[in-house]
Design a binder for this molecule. Structure first.
Ligand code: HEM
Length: 503
């Protein structure tokens, strides 16, 4: 094409693009650009430096940039304005607001798999489902899951025996298989045996879809559906999606049939015969029970919730357990103290129970401190549906808000020597005057993590069994490990350790 014509076409497109942007974004731009932030370029927004930075450096770069401009910072992801909250006071304004519960666009990437489950839905649907699902996380129900946590942890210790030979290996996939076994049994009532059989089709599809969801999230040109589903990534994604949805749907059908026959059976037997034979119920059974009684959830809605639990309930705890072991493997003095505590508890209880977990106080502080330094969910996003005030700035409706846990949790004014691993920060005397929104690994307010207690019990049990049986020696340090800021914060190449048997 004639270069002059090409210039005219390019100029016309740019003029149209910017006019449209000015028209559509006038109000948003006017207010957002009053908030301090890095230099903005056309088309790229403020993301242009990221073209020159490896993904694994984002963890450190984001923190430094946000601290430099904070406490309220604006960035532009291309033409999308994002306002970041990194101080407890501004985080509270967002999380403690029952109107601002809409998730940002980023969560759309999980829609094909999770549909409108608790994590991704909003408005009336979210309110109704949250109310229905909250009782399924009751203490009494979680107590029933402790046996599963214990059984899978013991299995993990067994599987790791072959690895405790002084050689370096990647622990991450082993923890993933253990938490997958736990979530399959607690969410669906299905034993998948990932610890024995990592080649299982369902497990491979969970790995595959999680990886592709992360890939799509961090690759802007894969965001539009018409590009993604035409690409090899999209085709592979659809293959996994079919396996996962077919599996969950089949499990739901089977459990519904079992529920019906159990129900008929219990109607035809006397009350006395039933005493003591009540089966442990998975989350799915509870959803089915509620649907039968109150027509609360359709089959498709049950599927969305079960898939959401499968996603939120294994990747997050896997990362948290790995980061805790990474830190303990770098701080042998603290690991020895945790070992003493764990040993003491095992002297009193042959197998861990929910009550015994109360005695693992130092271990719990280590888990909390690990979630402070390496929060499994490194940031969360909201779409503002009303204008709000953050400090002196008016942030207009339509704007995306990002809460950066990583930066919030390393605020030197709240956590002196913020990069130091110090579990005593969570001693009661050290937390009593802390701002309640200074530390929010499970988020806070109406959209906080519904699985928080489940996660803490699971983490403590798996960690206690590992630490009772093995000494962990980290071969990576905080300087060499590469935390990857994706939907979940995980070490880029895995967690490389040595295991020494304790006996
Ligand atoms: C260490 C482990 C975990 C961490 C750090 C964690 C963290 C979080 C965070 C930060 C959110 C808010 C997300 C947002 O607003 O975008 C969240 C929501 C959620 N989490 Fe967790 N989570 C963990 C474990 C679990 C487990 C084990 C389950 C289920 C068994 C679970 C189920 C959920 C669900 C369903 C939501 C959506 C709640 C709603 O919006 O009503 N999480 N989690």
């Amino acid at each position: 094409m004639d270069p002059f014509n090409l210039l005219i076409i390019v100029t016309t497109i740019l003029v149209l693009y910017f006019s449209l942007e000015v028209l559509l974004r006038d109000r948003v731009t006017k207010y957002v650009d009053k908030v301090p932030g890095p230099i903005k370029l056309p088309v790229f927004g403020t993301t242009w430096p990221l073209l020159f930075i490896p993904k694994s450096a984002m963890f450190f770069v984001v923190k430094t940039v946000l601290r430099r401009y904070g406490p309220v910072v604006r960035t532009w992801l291309g033409n999308v304005p994002v306002v970041h909250c990194i101080e407890p006071e501004t985080v509270e304004v967002i999380l403690n607001n029952s109107t601002q519960i809409s998730k940002s666009k980023m969560y759309k990437i999980a829609h094909p798999w999770l549909g409108e489950g608790l994590l991704t839905s909003t408005g009336e649907k979210w309110h109704r489902h949250r109310k229905i699902i909250t009782p399924t996380f009751h203490f009494k129900i979680l107590e029933n899951f402790v046996d599963i946590f214990v059984e899978k942890s013991q299995k993990l210790v067994e599987v790791l025996k072959d690895k405790a030979d002084g050689d370096i290996f990647n622990l991450y996939p082993y923890i993933t298989r253990c938490t997958l076994d736990i979530i399959c049994e607690t969410a669906m009532g299905v034993k998948i045996n990932a610890l024995d059989d990592p080649e299982n089709e369902y497990i491979k599809s969970i790995y595959g879809i999680t990886k592709l969801t992360m890939k799509r999230l961090t690759t802007p040109w894969l965001h539009p559906d018409f590009i993604f589903y035409k690409s090899t990534y999209g085709k592979e994604y659809n293959k996994y999606l079919t396996t996962l949805h077919n599996f969950t749907k089949q499990v739901i059908q089977d459990r519904k049939k079992t529920y019906k026959s159990d129900h008929l059976h219990s109607l035809s037997t006397s009350k006395d015969e039933d005493i003591g034979i009540k089966k442990r119920q998975a989350f799915l059974d509870l959803f089915i029970e509620m649907s039968n009684k109150e027509n609360a959830l359709t089959d498709e809605e049950i599927r969305e919730q079960v898939d959401t639990f499968m996603f939120e309930g294994h990747d997050t705890t896997t990362a948290a357990i790995n980061w805790t072991l990474f830190l303990l493997g770098n701080h042998q003095d603290i690991q020895d103290k945790v070992y003493e505590e764990v040993n003491q508890v095992f002297q009193n209880y042959e197998n861990l129970t929910i009550n015994s977990l109360n005695d693992l106080k130092l271990l719990e502080r280590c888990c909390k401190e690990a979630l402070r330094l390496y929060p499994s969910v490194p940031f969360i996003g909201r779409k503002l549906i009303e204008d709000i005030k953050l400090k002196e700035y008016l942030i207009p409706a339509g704007c995306t808000i990002s809460i950066q846990m990583v930066t919030l949790h390393r605020n030197p004014n709240v956590f002196p020597k913020p990069n130091k691993f110090d579990p005593d920060r969570f001693l009661p005397e050290n937390t009593k005057n802390r701002h309640p929104y200074a530390y929010v690994p499970f988020s806070a307010g109406p959209r906080n993590c519904i699985g928080q207690k489940f996660a803490i019990y699971e983490e403590k049990i798996i960690l206690a069994y590992i630490l009772k049986n093995y000494r962990i020696i980290s071969t990576q340090t905080e300087k060499t490990i590469k935390p990857m800021m994706e939907l979940i914060l995980r070490p880029k190449d895995g967690l490389f350790i040595k295991l020494e048997p304790r006996v």
